[in-house]
Design a protein around this ligand. Structure first.
Ligand code: SF4
Length: 698
């Protein structure tokens, strides 16, 4: 096709609307959509360069079974046969899917339906487990539902923005631009809580460079201070919450001096933050991977939520806690049950919800209990308990912690299927079956961004060779397995209607309800404008905020305050491994670089994966003596070579290394070789932000 087409960005959870134009010469021009409510005409460099990432060189174009090119019929039959045989011999728990926040909602829905409803186990988990599952656990604990209460407009309406563990200037750049404009005089006050002096921290009015892992102590201290300053909303607490007394008792020891000592931050800075929060009614607290990726991530998020609940600052314009999702469709995956710990449509594994989903799907053997979470899943593979795995649209050989052990697991598993658009990734090297998937620009469907906004992702390119959409591939295998009736979809609109209908099926009080979209015609689905859920009879045009009235989704409608006892990282630094390694993103790369790695200009900002270290740490360890800057980094879990980048933005005793580089970019630089596999006990999210390591000169 040529001409304009509206779609959404392939990358982050901001979910920017884009207008793509395919020119006569075949080039694709990508521009910001001035009318999309996520970005209103803004765009970042990654989004703007999407047109340069569309090369079909190195794409997978034909199904491959044990290295041979085959037909789709042959590939689907092979996958179905092997899955059926594994289930017959070892039970449904011996098979698993590992999926992705890069999938579209319709793909996710079908994968979840096949695994939980028809295979009969809940062993489907997603790489979103690595991204925001601690926020899911914490919000579910506090609100009785996985609900982001506010919207992006709140960031513009706030007088104080608190960013906790978020380098939004790099990782959610367009959202950052919505509340920070260097040319504007009246930006809201900004407090950044992050051990590193990130790009975001350089723009802040106050940067608290706290000790890694001490976020919960800080917010316990804030809660205690709010009480002492008489800033609590007792009417809201009494009418709309439970657990306040025990929560405040837990926070009692966190005076300003004690909090300052726990966090390693000067008392005056702690007091300044607390007083700013106390006297500013319109506060939005944004939190992201810096708190989520922790062995106490759920508690950290609940410590944040406690402060907003205790002051009634939730669900109102310009105030509330706000979870920033990393991936473009992490939220959509949660809606359809892409996490092993939930059912579809935000239902859980209660007998009532299981019965409800089973009836709706006419499922022969609905899973009745949660399945394995990501890190557990690969351990179960390593032990030989999971014997057939289908990886869709993700690269776990790079992105999971303790990646050498993940490689062993992928080597050992008797049957590995990988649906992947690229001809080769670190994960496809282990695949018995490689199914060529369509990708951004070729697929149709929907995604949901960080503010609960559902937007269309539209196709504008012909897919190469025999690449197919993921929903089609999954349905094809499901039909081959004998589930023809339940998986005979003709397109993503069919799936979306079913998903919307399930969200309203016998709905009593669930937050996720888009039943008003269940009767869309194909034309209406094609033209669907961005809309925030819920979208139902009461809110046919969607809803910007939830909890305005103080009614939550626990049975008694009250939110829960959660008493928090801060815990340090699971694996502390020690004499042998004296540095705390933090891993994360750089500004212009995405995940394992299979798309951004195709765009030369995206390497201009960070050409290689540098190890950030304080210059005094570098000097004290003789690391500055090697002119090449190359060092050996070791942990209990693995080692790699990196080049140091001394910077005073990195606190003493800590290091930062990007996780993107791997394979053809830099096999030896895969950061997750080093990273410990500790997880949060509630969310299962790995502690990607804290691994004890040693660094020696090479
Ligand atoms: Fe894409 Fe995120 Fe950039 Fe928006 S901010 S253009 S969604 S990468």
């Amino acid at each position: 096709m040529t001409g304009h087409r509206r779609t959404t960005c392939a990358y982050c959870g901001v979910g920017c609307g884009l207008i793509v134009e395919q020119r006569e010469n075949g080039r694709v021009q990508v521009a910001a959509d001035p009318d999309h409510p996520a970005n209103f005409g803004r765009i970042c460099l990654k989004g703007a360069s999407l047109g340069e990432s569309l090369s079909t060189a190195r794409r997978a174009t034909v199904p491959r079974v044990f290295g041979e090119s085959v037909s789709w019929d042959h590939a689907a039959a092979t996958v179905a046969d092997r899955f059926r045989a594994t289930i017959k011999n070892h039970g449904p728990e011996s098979v698993a899917f590992y999926v992705s926040g890069q999938l579209l909602t319709e793909d996710y829905y079908v994968a979840n339906k096949l695994m939980k409803g028809f295979i009969g186990a809940a062993n489907i988990d997603t790489n979103s487990r690595l991204c925001m599952s601690s926020s899911v656990s914490a919000m579910s604990r506090a609100f009785g539902s996985d609900t982001v209460p506010g919207c992006y407009e709140d960031l513009e309406a706030a007088d104080l923005i608190v960013l906790v563990g978020s380098n939004a200037a790099w990782c959610h750049p367009v959202l950052f631009q919505r509340f920070y404009d260097p040319h504007r005089a009246n930006n809201p006050n900004m407090v950044v809580i992050d051990p590193r002096r990130t790009e975001t921290a350089t723009k802040a009015d106050l940067h608290l460079s706290l000790r890694p892992g001490s976020d919960a102590a800080l917010f316990n201290g804030l809660l205690h201070h709010l009480r002492k300053s008489d800033k609590l909303d007792f009417q809201f607490l009494e009418e709309h919450t439970r657990g306040f007394s025990a929560t405040l008792t837990a926070a009692q020891p966190f005076s300003i001096p004690h909090t300052a000592s726990e966090c390693g931050v000067p008392e005056k800075d702690i007091a300044r933050f607390f007083n700013l929060f106390a006297r500013t009614p319109k506060v939005v607290t944004l939190f992201s991977q810096g708190v989520n990726q922790s062995s106490s991530g759920t508690d950290k998020v609940n410590a944040v939520l406690n402060c907003h609940l205790a002051t009634g600052r939730i669900g109102k314009p310009g105030m509330g806690p706000f979870s920033l999702t990393g991936q473009g469709n992490a939220m959509g995956g949660r809606e359809v049950g892409g996490l092993s710990t939930v059912l579809a449509a935000h239902m859980s594994f209660t007998p009532e919800d299981c019965d409800r989903v089973e009836r709706f799907w006419h499922a022969p053997s609905l899973a009745r209990k949660p399945g394995l979470k990501a890190v557990e899943l690969f351990e179960a593979i390593h032990r030989g308990e999971v014997r057939a795995l289908w990886v869709m649209c993700t690269n776990p050989a790079v992105s999971l912690p303790n990646s050498e052990r993940v490689h062993e697991a992928l080597q050992r598993i008797p049957f590995l299927v990988v649906s992947e658009c690229e001809a080769e990734t670190e994960t496809t090297r282990f695949a018995d079956v490689h199914l060529p998937a369509q990708t951004w620009g070729e697929k149709n469907g929907t995604v949901t961004n960080s503010e609960r906004r559902i937007s269309r992702r539209r196709a504008f390119l012909e897919p190469p060779g025999e690449a197919r959409p993921d929903w089609w591939i999954i349905s094809r295998v499901a039909c081959e397995m004998g589930f023809m009736q339940a998986f005979s979809y003709t397109g993503p609109a069919d799936i979306f209607r079913e998903h919307a209908a399930l969200s309203g099926f016998e709905n009593t009080t669930r937050d996720f309800d888009i039943s008003a979209l269940a009767e869309l015609s194909n034309r209406e689905y094609e033209d669907l404008a961005p809309i925030q859920w819920p979208v139902n009879a009461r809110y046919p045009r969607g809803r910007a905020r939830l909890f305005e009235t103080g009614r939550f989704f626990h049975n008694d409608t009250r939110a829960r305050m959660i008493p928090i006892q801060p815990r340090p990282p699971k694996n502390p630094v020690c004499d042998t491994f004296p540095f705390a390694l933090n891993t994360g993103r750089v500004r212009d790369q995405w995940h394992s670089m299979s798309r951004t790695g195709k765009v030369p200009r995206l390497f201009g900002h960070t050409p290689e994966p540098m190890l950030a270290i304080h210059p005094e740490d570098a000097a004290a360890n003789g690391l500055d003596q090697n002119p090449s800057g190359l060092v050996m980094v070791r942990s209990k879990w693995g080692g790699l070579v990196a080049r140091i980048a001394p910077t005073r933005d990195q606190p003493r005793g800590t290091l930062f290394l990007p996780f993107h580089w791997n394979g053809r970019f830099a096999q030896a630089a895969r950061a997750n070789r080093l990273v410990n596999p500790a997880t949060d006990p509630l969310s299962g999210q790995p502690e990607l932000k804290h691994t004890p390591v040693a660094v020696t000169v090479l």
